[in-house]
Every structure is written in structure tokens, then in C-alpha cells.
Ligand binder design. Structure first.
Ligand SMILES: [Zn+2]
Length: 313
């Protein structure tokens, strides 16, 4: 329904929402299709159905049929980049080109250039990146102390279109592992769960689903998707959806924090650390079409097709 190749107006009010995976055992269900879509409704006042899914607000979605992601170039001091990259790729493959009842879901991913930026941010009107990054020394979020990771999604709150998504991994408080033995917190399993948020899927009450809100230490179960997760993708990105593949972020790929303003090539706002988040507010800039794409990274499109059966490696 959305064509990335067309010029677009700047969106209206844009709101960021953070979704976290915690060590939690909240509620359980065995419903066959219990999945929940994330919506534009934020906070405790959102109405929910019997499964706990939000029923108010627009459902979130990416307009493109393929979404670009970038890895933070420094990885974690505990995990060499090579292994970070391999693990992230396997996690994205899980969500790629899934088979639905009527064909293949219109969602795939492309790895773009790695970025120096070490922040979850969205730069309105400038360059951007959908970043996967580690927080090794400080987990700045308050609330649940044992959060393993957090995905921040920025969207147009009038349409639900996702504009940016960033995944932060909390290595400051947790020991992530990448092997198939001696597992503590399995990076691949947790990334696979977070990518569900990345594409606009909320927690599922289905205990077996990868989008269930909890993670059991030592488990690799969530490395692969369950039928409930696949149903969610097929709902959000149905086969035949009128969408083109445009993996570059809004305004083009930016490897530095703060983005680059397309109008003047300026480096955009930055604080003393060299990394700043441009505040997203309720103002709009209607009538200003998005600029032509500035930069295309090296594309690696994942096109692995999977069935619905579970195959934990
Ligand atoms: Zn989660």
C-alpha cells in the first residue's frame, strides 16, 4: 500500500517506544494464534483484548518489503565482530521470507554498512541507521533491572509506519554467549526475539512463541520461530502486499550519530560525546518530500525460506 519510491511528506507526530525482553514469567496461553501486533498506542491506558493484545492505535509495520539493518562496528568487547555478525545474520534469516498460507510473507532484510554510532536514535529529516548494538558498561534504562535487550521503534503515529528501529543488548548486566554449549544468555535467541519487535510484533501470550516475554537462562529455544510468530509476520506482511524493496533508512544510511541534514550536508546535532539523539517532537514539516537516497551500503539480502517447523540448532 506504500511505495517507497514515491516522494513522501514528513510524517506527523512521531513517537518512540521501547520494548524490552526481560527474565520474566508473566502469563501463559496455548492459543494457536495468540500473537500480538505492536500499535501506536503507548502506555497503560491502551485497551487490550483477552490475549492482552492492544486494540487501540494503528498497528505498526514497515512499508518496505525489505528492511536494512546495520551492526555497530565495535561490537562488544566480549564478542568479536565476526561472531556478532554471524549471529545477527542467523537471527534475521529466521524472520525472512516466511511461508504463509497464501505465499511468502513480504518481509526480508538487508545488511547495510556497519556504523560508528552507538546510540538508539532517529534523526528526523537526516540520515539514519537501524542499529544493533551492545551496551557493555552501562544500561541506562530504569525499571526492570534484568532487561536483556531493548528495541526502540520510531513510527508515524498517524499511520503506524515504522521509520526506525534500534536494538540494544544489555551486556553490562548479563553474560551473552554465542556457542551451542556453556550457554548463559544466548545472543542468537535474544536477538531473534528482539527482531520480532523490530518488525512491529509485540509480546505473545503463547508460552512456546519466540515472542513470549520471557527468556530462560541457558535456552536456545528462541533462536527459531514458532507458528505463532510466523502467523504474526504473515498478518503484518502478507503475501502480495504492494510494497517495494527499499532497505535504506529514511534520508539515507548514516554511520555517525546525529544524522546528516540532507539540505546542507551539515553533521547535524551532536553533544560533547559526539553522539546525540535529535529530539522527536510533535512538529511536522508538511510539504517537504524526503530527499533522494544518499548512500546505499553493501547489500546482503537474506532470502532463505523456511517452513514452520521448529529447528533449534
Ligand atoms: Zn520482548
Amino acid at each position: 500500500m506504500h511505495d517507497e519510491s514515491s516522494s513522501r511528506r514528513a510524517p506527523g507526530v512521531v513517537v518512540g517506544v521501547a520494548l524490552a525482553l526481560a527474565l520474566a514469567t508473566a502469563f501463559t496461553s496455548t492459543d494457536a494464534e495468540a500473537y500480538c501486533r505492536s500499535t501506536t498506542c503507548i502506555g497503560a491506558d491502551c485497551a487490550r483484548d483477552a490475549d492482552g493484545c492492544k486494540t487501540t492505535g494503528e498497528k505498526l509495520f514497515w512499508a518496505s518489503s525489505c528492511v536494512g539493518f546495520s551492526l555497530q562496528a565495535d561490537s562488544s568487547e566480549f564478542i568479536p565482530f565476526k561472531y556478532f555478525e554471524e549471529t545477527a545474520q542467523r537471527s534475521f534469516v529466521e524472520w525472512s521470507d516466511l511461508e504463509c498460507e497464501t505465499g511468502v510473507a513480504t518481509m526480508a532484510f538487508s545488511q547495510l554498512d556497519s556504523v560508528e554510532c552507538h546510540e538508539a536514535e532517529h534523526n528526523r529529516g537526516g540520515t539514519n541507521a537501524n542499529i544493533i548494538l551492545f551496551q557493555d558498561t552501562m544500561w541506562r534504562y530504569t525499571g526492570v533491572d534484568n532487561n536483556l535487550a531493548k528495541t526502540t521503534v520510531t513510527f508515524n503515529d498517524e499511520t503506524g509506519e515504522i521509520l526506525d528501529a534500534d536494538i540494544e543488548i544489555n551486556h553490562a548486566n548479563n553474560n551473552f554467549t554465542i556457542s551451542d554449549t556453556d550457554i548463559a544468555f544466548d545472543l542468537q535467541a535474544i536477538l531473534t526475539h528482539e527482531i520480532g519487535h523490530f518488525v512491529g510484533i509485540d509480546h505473545s501470550p503463547d508460552f512456546s512463541a519466540t515472542m513470549y516475554a520471557g527468556y530462560e537462562e541457558g535456552s536456545t529455544d528462541q533462536r527459531s520461530l514458532e507458528p505463532d510468530d510466523v502467523f504474526a509476520v504473515c498478518d503484518a506482511y502478507p503475501p502480495g502486499r504492494a510494497a517495494s524493496c527499499a532497505p535504506e533508512p529514511k534520508g539515507g544510511l548514516g554511520t555517525e550519530c546525529g544524522g546528516v541534514a540532507p539540505e546542507d550536508g551539515d553533521g547535524g546535532p551532536a553533544d560533547a560525546s559526539g553522539c546525540a539523539v535529535r529530539e522527536v517532537d510533535g512538529d511536522d514539516e508538511r510539504g517537504s518530500p524526503w530527499p533522494a537516497l544518499l548512500l546505499v551500503g553493501a547489500l546482503v539480502t537474506f532470502a532463505t525460506r523456511r517452513g514452520r517447523s521448529k529447528g533449534v540448532g
